[in-house]
Write a protein that binds this ligand. Structure first.
Ligand code: G16
Length: 543
């Protein structure tokens, strides 16, 4: 096997977004050296990588096999010491985070566009993780982008054509050992150490009925092993459990829009005790109970409130965090339990320092992400097991747990409205325009409520001192409602405007979220002049 240095021309669009580089699959597949350039740019800014260990895998989407071999060739070309690859190229995002930490790796490459659809006309992506197991922080992604714009060469090793990435074991390629591992084992052991598996086994043995929808993403093999084999859930509990390159034509995004069938079965028809779904790469989760949808904001608040029910967290939670647009349900729990509380910009990378320093143990986001200090990624199956733990420990239903929570703390009705494929200039214009009028907007009245505070969210990491500005605009009204807006950093076509709507109340706790938030949604549309600016009458996706 030879190592070669290949001359290349740089691209100027390899700017990582909210989580990694995410583009249309055909951009990765058709542009010469596109994958190699990006991987080399990452390695160049990581310092000395010779001899270091990296973890590599993904959700198995279209083009992942090809990208995996090309990434591996660049890693070996840079003489890294070891690459730990998930068998058949599969590795969930939280499992990679787990393995980076357990094996003291320098970092990892995740070949996934997360919840975005896959296939030749879908999306592809490369997430980059660092030594703490978490996504590359802003300071690093800025340097990666700068490096990618000046890159003139990359190093690459010729891989043997018969290299079999399905067979467990080690192969030496010059200076690099390629170690193909079972992607499930370490991760499943880790979860078994956090939760009372015996209690959850008893729950299933007692006839408890659940469904887990893997949406043909990477979590199928994990869920089958953990739920059906280790915990004794009946065979067939895991649905759509075989990872497919095009996710069976589905959108692998666990939310009310893309899991309509499951929501109908469990929430509307009440045919199961519990159901959950995860996204393509396994870091997101959706939780459903008989007759009830648990909003990700409420899920986070309930887990924080009842953390003592799980052996891995008993007496151990001292601090919690949520992203800025996530509802304030967590704030109320933090106050009652006297937890330290942090509010960060959107993006899991902003939790990393807080988790590393032990300032927080649990954190989450409205975008169906919940997690803890067990890894440095949000973790879909972890959240599912945490809920199973609560159900097993309390003997209550999901609905009873949630109702009791609202009775104690009041309810934060929350919904997100996404306007997709907007003209990027018009979308940026909206934010710039509102940003310029924030002070003038304070005191104005919109659909019966007075706007009491308008701000442009900025964040200073309390540990690194790193600062980020313009993370979203936030409007607070005198009826205890909030509207937050920002542009997505994970879309691949035009701009996606996210409107986050919420309202707090202690009365009529069972009222429907759509009904409670209707005036807030109307206010948001008026404030943003959605119809005039974009010619749209309503959102594309409501979650
Ligand atoms: C990523 C990030 C999350 C973020 C989400 C949505 O999730 O890891 O922290 O909340 O994107 O970001 P945006 O609103 O910018 O689209 P994932 O699951 O796509 O990696």
């Amino acid at each position: 096997m030879a190592i070669r240095t290949v001359a290349t021309t740089p691209y100027d669009d390899q700017k990582p977004g909210t989580s990694g580089l995410r583009k249309k699959t055909r951009i990765f597949a058709e542009r010469p050296h596109y994958v190699e350039n990006f991987v080399q740019a990452v390695l160049d800014v990581m310092g000395e990588v010779r001899g270091a260990t990296f973890v590599l895998g993904g959700d198995g989407r279209h083009f992942a096999d090809e990208a995996l071999r090309r990434t591996l060739a660049v890693l070996a070309g840079n003489r890294v010491g070891r690459v730990i690859v998930g068998a058949r190229g599969l590795f969930s995002t939280p499992a990679v985070s787990c393995v980076i930490r357990r094996r003291r790796a320098r970092g990892g490459f995740l070949l996934t566009a997360s919840h975005n659809p896959g296939g030749p006309d879908g999306d592809f992506g490369i997430k980059v993780n660092v030594a703490n197991g978490g996504p590359a922080p802003e300071s690093l992604t800025r340097r990666i982008h700068a490096r990618s714009r000046e890159l003139r060469r990359y190093h690459v090793a010729d891989l043997p054509p018969d290299l079999d990435l399905a067979r467990l074991g080690e192969v030496r390629l010059e200076a690099t050992v390629v170690e193909v591992v079972d992607p499930v084992a370490d991760y499943a052991d880790m979860l078994e150490g956090l939760f009372d598996f015996a209690a959850i086994r008893r729950l299933f043995a007692g006839g408890f009925r659940m469904a887990f929808d893997a949406l043909h993403g990477v979590t199928g093999p994990y869920a089958r092993h953990i739920l059906e084999e280790r915990l004794g859930a009946p065979a067939g509990t895991v649905r759509r459990g075989d990872p497919r390159p095009d996710f069976g034509g589905l959108h692998p995004d666990p939310n009310l829009t893309w899991c309509r069938g499951l929501v109908q079965e469990v929430v509307a028809e009440g045919r199961l005790d519990f159901a959950a779904a995860c996204d393509g790469d396994g870091d997101r989760n959706m939780i459903l109970g008989r007759g009830i949808f648990v909003s990700p904001c409420d899920s986070l608040a309930v887990l924080a409130d009842r953390a003592d029910d799980a052996p891995g967290y008993r007496g151990r939670v001292r601090g919690v965090a949520r992203s800025m647009p996530t509802s304030r349900a967590l704030d109320r729990v933090a106050q009652a339990h006297r937890f330290a509380f942090f509010e960060t910009p959107t993006g899991w990378k902003f939790f990393g320092d807080l988790l590393d320093a032990g300032l927080i143990q649990l954190c989450g986001e409205e975008s169906f992400g919940t997690g803890s200090d067990h890894v440095r990624e949000k973790d879909g199956l972890w959240a599912v097991l945490f809920w199973l733990q609560l159900l097993a420990a309390s003997g209550e239903s999901v609905a009873a747990i949630l109702h009791r929570h609202w009775q104690r703390y009041g309810r934060d009705w929350f919904s997100r409205h996404d306007y997709e494929r907007l003209d990027p200039e018009a979308a940026a214009g909206l934010l710039a325009d509102l940003r310029g009028r924030l002070a003038a907007l304070e005191g104005t009245v919109w659909h019966g409520a007075r706007l009491v505070q308008a701000e442009d969210f900025a964040y200073r990491d309390p540990l690194s001192g790193e600062e980020v500005a313009h993370q979203g605009l936030r409007f607070r009204f005198d009826d205890d409602s909030r509207i937050t807006l920002r542009l997505s950093g994970t879309g691949t076509e035009g701009a996606t405007l996210r409107l986050y709507l919420e309202r707090y109340g202690r009365e009529g706790l069972m009222r429907d979220v759509g009904e409670v938030l209707a005036p807030v949604a109307a206010r948001a549309r008026a404030l943003c002049e959605i119809e005039r600016r974009f010619g749209r009458r309503g959102p594309d996706v409501v979650t």
